[in-house]
Design a protein around this ligand. Structure first.
Ligand code: GLV
Ligand code: MN
Ligand code: MN
Length: 409
């Protein structure tokens, strides 16, 4: 039974069809969470799952579950899925591959009339990216009980739009309680988004752990004044402080190699006028490391620098609003993914996840594993993100293997 294979061409075609929703000129995707484009993508996913015989339900945070019955529906489902939202300069594969690999598994089960012992479920988690509403991985975080539903529904984007209102507007504020229930196992397939698989010439990444992340909102307040008349010693330029902070974030990451990452990706300058000295800057900081002790050290280094900046010229307020500890994936799930790669004769290696993934939250409440495939030059969160059909099909075959192993066929 486990000798069946997925249809790589069909998977590719589905990725291309989905990629047209929010498709950009450079061949990528801009499909921010809870926009009308997100709704269109969700509607297409739901249609595909219903056509393949699933019953679809939506929970209070907008997570979509498509269930295919098993022989014994009292057993907890074997689940797979990922996300359909993208970064503003996103690609066609980040998240979407995992969601549509689930659809391809489903279609393959239909093609071969395979009945599983346990039910299987394909899921799309809401707002994995955290680009429009922060933090990331919201749908899976609420489901796993790590984030509060009320707080998430009240989140506001840069335009002042409220998450809960936007969810209702696109028709995905569901009835199902957004909380954990028994899950037999959860598998997420994803492009690697980094360079290691390609560099090592391996087809499958067996993901052993997700690295830790800390996200901050920082507000620096100085004083607006005239660019031509305020002598340099009298200035309190908030953007100058921000520039020093940005350089420090880079330094902290460079001094904690290997693996440390530090990024300032969001900056708002007030009043953002070329001849007024900036009085206020709001910025984001994203620190990551696979070892919690080093991530804590980086956190201390950032806070110490912010305390030093905070003084006569500027006030610096730091809100460390999101912390995600490194988390190992389940030994049995790791094993079954490795077996799947070996069974199909795919080269493979162990790897850790540098990006945040919904699987990292689901690992709290269910045995969880992740399957990576290479992406071109390791580039992601960029419109030119690309992956090979043969690698995507390989990842999907390993997913099918893992799901059938756990669901029983
Ligand atoms: C999500 O893609 C993240 O890792 O930030
Ligand atoms: Mn992703
Ligand atoms: Mn992403």
């Amino acid at each position: 039974m486990k000798d069946v294979s997925v249809n790589g061409n069909r998977l590719w075609q589905s990725l291309m069809d989905m990629g047209r929703i929010g498709g950009t000129e450079k061949g990528g995707c801009c499909r921010l969470t809870l926009t009308h484009l997100d709704k269109e993508a969700r509607d297409l996913f739901v249609r595909w799952c219903e056509e393949a015989g699933c019953t679809v339900s939506v929970d209070e945070v907008g997570n979509i579950f498509a269930r295919r019955s098993g022989r014994n529906n009292d057993l907890p489902p074997i689940m797979t899925g990922s996300h359909l939202d993208t970064q503003p300069t996103g690609g066609k594969f980040d998240g979407v591959f995992g969601a549509l690999a689930g659809v391809e598994v489903l279609r393959t089960l239909q093609d071969h009339n395979i009945e599983t012992e346990a039910p299987v479920e394909m899921v799309v988690w809401t707002n994995e990216e955290g680009a429009r509403f922060a933090p990331a991985m919201m749908g899976s975080g609420v489901f796993a009980g790590r984030l509060s539903l009320e707080e998430i529904l009240a989140k506001v984007d840069v335009e002042g739009k409220i998450f809960g209102d936007e969810l209702k507007r696109i028709g995905y504020a569901g009835q199902l309680p957004a909380r954990a229930r028994p899950i037999g196992a959860f598998f997420e397939a994803h492009i690697e988004q980094g360079p290691y698989l390609e560099h090592e010439n391996k087809t499958i990444g067996v993901v052993t752990k997700g690295q830790g992340q800390r996200w901050y909102d920082i507000v620096i307040t100085g004083f607006e004044s005239h660019a031509g008349t305020t002598p340099m010693p009298l200035r309190r330029d908030a953007l100058v402080a921000a520039a020093r902070l940005i350089a420090q974030v880079e330094l902290i990451a460079r001094e904690n190699q290997p693996h440390a990452c530090g990024t300032v990706g969001f900056l708002q300058v007030h009043p953002n006028s070329r001849n007024t000295i900036p009085g206020k800057v709001t910025l984001s900081v994203d620190l990551r490391h696979p070892e919690d002790a080093i991530l804590s050290k980086m956190d201390e280094e950032l806070k110490t620098f912010c305390e030093k900046l905070n003084g006569d010229a500027w006030t610096v307020e730091v809100d460390p609003f999101w912390y995600y500890a490194p988390f190992p994936f389940d030994e049995e799930c790791i094993k079954v993914i490795r077996e799947g790669a070996q069974h199909h004769g795919y080269s493979h290696m162990d790897i850790f996840a540098g990006a945040g993934h919904d699987a990292c939250y689901i690992a709290d409440i269910a045995p969880t594993g992740m399957i990576f495939v290479p992406c071109e030059k390791g580039i992601s969160h960029n419109e030119i993100e690309s992956a090979k059909l043969s690698d995507l099909a390989a990842g999907c075959n390993v997913l099918l293997w893992a799901m059938l192993s756990r669901a029983g066929a």
